[in-house]
Design a protein around this ligand. Structure first.
Ligand code: PMP
Length: 438
């Protein structure tokens, strides 16, 4: 029987600070903005789980939809057949996505969405008779999950170096963040749009006829909330257009209202060719992701009747799982009925003020925000990277607040149902805790 003393023998959480040490941190239930720990303590969720529970926790509408779906149709193969909820969900998702990206492919996670998108991009060029455009371009400090595709285009060297060369032919754009230039800026920084020009250099080096796609997170989340400079994403779009390169937005974090719009695509007014998502799609309840593309790309990849179709199979046993579809449909209902994306938009200025209220606090070297995302960058302890932020995490947890740390950066992304009083509480606890750090 697992007990708090032997749990590590059975299962380990996956963070760098994975050991529970003497005190396992276990959640046993969750409702609205709070988790409840095994000791019965309430913990305010300032991270929407892992950037996913946008509709808050314990939503009855989702629970009911899921149990009804399991009882009616527990599984259906998405292999030459389907079920009504998959079509309903795909049509609603297509209607939400700007532009002509009206074909949806279902996955089970962000990592699978990314790998699917990369494969779609390469297959599209091949089917179009555009030679072998196989090179992919990611960005330093980009995070695109942990599949082989995602770690190849991802910009976290430590995540990929032990696995060798990975995908053939990947380049990385420089990341756009410069703490000195951007410190304490609010919203999109004015500095750095010129870094998109690096794409031209890579195109010259490898020739556009070899390059399939560029993938970026509109806002890089997991590596510390790095905001795109004004005009940067627009410039990437222009350069991709000039050279026939597909632009992929990884919206696993930014999708479903996090920036106060349905998608970052809409927020920044830039239309990518492919969009990936997961997390907020089911508000974190049942694992599910999806990829949006326009018909031409979808057909090249999936439709064996399409011209020049390359023989390939791609799909997951659990693609369009009925239970996940039911969870997603109920989640979309909640977003709509409660107008949660607009709510996030309206709450964002309050969030920004509260976050920047920490300016001048000991060890805080930057504060940045966009929509309902915030970051607090701490001065690292020399020789002990991550230690200060992890200390903040532990102390916040003791005081009833869940935060997420990445390096020495605290990343915040509360559920979009947050009230102003929750925001006050988040920053009250944080400001108290930050003052106590070494
Ligand atoms: N892309 C982005 C932008 C992400 O933030 C994440 C997860 N944090 C992923 C992909 C991977 O998603 P998953 O963990 O569901 O595989």
């Amino acid at each position: 029987e697992p007990s708090p003393n032997n749990m590590e023998a059975f299962w380990m959480p996956f963070t760098a600070n994975r050991q529970f040490k003497s005190k396992p941190r276990l959640f046993v239930s969750a409702e609205n903005m709070h988790y409840t720990t095994i000791e019965g303590r309430k913990v305010l969720d300032a991270t929407a789980g892992l950037w996913c529970c946008n509709a808050g926790h314990g939503r009855k509408k989702i629970t009911e939809a899921v149990s009804k779906q399991i009882a009616n149709l527990d599984y259906a193969p998405a292999f030459q057949m389907g079920h009504p909820a998959a079509f309903q969900l795909a049509s609603r998702l297509a209607a939400m996505m700007p532009g002509d990206l009206d074909h949806v492919f279902f996955t089970n996670s962000g990592s699978e969405s990314v790998d699917t998108a990369l494969k779609m991009a390469i297959a599209y060029h091949r089917a179009k008779g555009q030679g072998t455009r196989q090179r992919l371009i990611g960005r330093e400090r980009g995070y695109h999950g942990v599949g082989f595709g995602g770690i190849s285009v991802g910009g976290i060297v430590s995540n990929r170096k032990v696995f060798g060369s990975l995908l053939n032919g990947v380049d990385h754009l420089p990341h756009t963040f410069n703490l000195k230039e951007q410190a304490f800026s609010r919203g999109q920084p004015a500095w750095g749009a010129h870094l998109a020009d690096e794409l031209e250099r890579i195109v010259t080096l490898h020739d556009a006829s070899n390059i399939a796609a560029v993938i970026v997170e509109p806002v890089a989340g997991s590596t510390g909330v790095l905001l795109p400079p004004q005009g940067y994403l627009q410039k990437l779009r222009q350069i991709c257009d000039k050279h026939g390169i597909l632009l992929i937005f990884d919206e696993v974090i930014t999708g479903f209202g996090r920036l106060g719009k349905s998608f970052a695509t809409e927020y920044f007014g830039v239309q990518p060719d492919i969009v990936t998502s997961a997390k907020g799609l089911t508000s974190g309840t049942i694992p599910m992701g999806c990829v949006w593309v326009r018909k031409g790309i979808y057909d090249a990849f999936m439709d064996s009747a399409a011209e020049n179709m390359i023989e390939l199979f791609h799909g997951y046993t659990y693609s369009a799982h009925p239970v996940a579809c039911a969870a997603a449909l109920a989640t979309l209902d909640i977003y709509k009925d409660e107008d949660l994306f607009n709510r996030a938009n309206e709450l964002a200025p309050y969030w920004e003020e509260a976050l920047h209220g920490l300016k001048g606090t000991k060890n805080v070297i930057d504060l940045r925000n966009l929509g309902m995302i915030g970051a607090i960058e701490l001065e690292p302890i020399p020789g002990k990277p991550t230690a200060r932020a992890f200390d903040a995490f532990l102390k916040c947890y003791e005081k009833g607040l869940l935060i997420r740390t990445t390096g020495d950066i605290i990343a915040l992304s509360p559920p979009l149902i947050a009230e102003k009083s929750h925001i006050d509480q988040i920053f009250d606890i944080l400001s108290g805790v930050l003052k106590t750090l070494d």
